[in-house]
Design a protein around this ligand. Structure first.
Ligand SMILES: [Zn+2]
Length: 329
């Protein structure tokens, strides 16, 4: 099969090669990848994250059709369209028993700790796959983009009538945070310049320059219940400023940088909650599939597998306005 493979830690080394189709064991399925999504984590995977195996096939987010099943597999059959929960988990550690599979003590990430979906085929455990009837762009956006946002909003316990401000609202996770927060009954404030977010459920779209005053106006000076900041330190101070006393600031990305200065007395005087989240649980992935037909995704560009390096590089393009997807064949 054809796959995107790297050995040295650089995008320049990422190339398309002919490799053996993955072998499956009795508990695994072989998936023909129909569509894969490109995320900042794929850039990190190629350049800095510890990976296994090496040479490595990246691709943290994908969906496809079951090509083969191992002899113990009961939940899907050949030909089923499937979405894939792309976390590795053993199901036996304290975190898994607590239904936090993404924190599994012996776990990891498909596409980083195993080969991923930037290939014609990928093998995964049957317990990670769910039969779907969904648009491929949505299906391939569930494992990272949609699930991360869904979990973050659940962890923040967003309620009907809450004000939720979303930084990076037009990004991969942000466009799903906007939609899901709206479904949860929140008043959604996108901190963005992209007016298409109105069609995704944003009630307000404020540029960051005047976000504080605009948020004061719409919340009657109360400020917001929850801030989702997936873009890192550039807007950390601003995201904290938008928070009401007792509000929750949720962090799950650091595209603009990871280090921020924190004034401890500000945090306790505001009774603020600063929370980190990563990915989502297996049950949340299942729940997300049940509402996924109501979700939309904005695609900026589709690339062929041969264009993988350009596709990953363009994650950082200032012209990007929507998702970057890969069509492996
Ligand atoms: Zn575990």
């Amino acid at each position: 099969m054809r796959a995107a493979l790297f050995e040295k830690r650089s995008l320049e080394d990422l190339r398309i090669v002919e490799v053996d189709e993955p072998k499956i064991n009795d508990d695994e399925v072989l998936i023909r990848v129909v569509k894969a999504g490109v995320n900042p984590v794929d850039y990190m995977t190629v350049t800095v994250l510890p990976v296994n195996p090496l040479p490595h096939i990246p691709g943290r987010e994908f969906a496809g059709i079951v090509e083969k099943v191992g002899k113990n597999v009961k939940n899907v059959v050949e030909g089923d369209k499937v979405a894939v929960y792309t976390r590795i988990f053993d199901g036996t550690c304290d975190m898994c028993l607590d239904k936090k599979e993404m924190l599994c003590r012996r776990g990891g990430r498909i596409g980083t700790d195993t080969n991923g979906g930037f290939a014609e085929y990928v093998n995964v455990k049957a317990k990670n796959v769910f039969k779907i009837e969904l648009d491929w762009d949505i299906a391939a956006s569930l494992p990272v983009s949609a699930l991360t946002s869904y979990h973050a909003l659940k962890e923040a316990q967003v309620k009907i009538g809450d004000y939720v401000a979303i930084f990076g609202a037009s990004g991969n996770t942000g466009m799903f945070a906007v939609q899901i927060a709206k479904m949860m009954g929140a008043n959604v404030i996108a901190i963005s310049r992209k007016y298409w977010l109105k069609e995704f459920g944003a009630d307000y779209i404020f540029a960051y320059e005047d976000a504080i005053q605009k948020v004061k106006d719409v919340t009657n000076n109360k400020m917001v219940d929850v801030v989702i900041n997936s873009i890192g330190n550039k807007f950390f101070d601003l995201s904290y400023e938008l928070l009401k006393p007792g509000g929750k600031l949720v962090l799950f990305g650091s595209l603009t940088g990871s280090e921020a200065k924190i004034n401890l007395s500000n945090i306790y005087n505001k009774h603020a909650y600063i929370m980190g989240t990563t990915g989502g649980t297996l049950k949340e992935f299942y729940d997300l599939i049940q509402i996924a037909h109501k979700l939309k995704v904005r695609i900026w560009k589709n690339y062929k597998l041969d264009e993988i390096a350009t596709a990953i590089k363009n994650i950082f393009s200032s012209e990007r306005d929507g998702r970057i997807m890969i069509i492996p064949r």
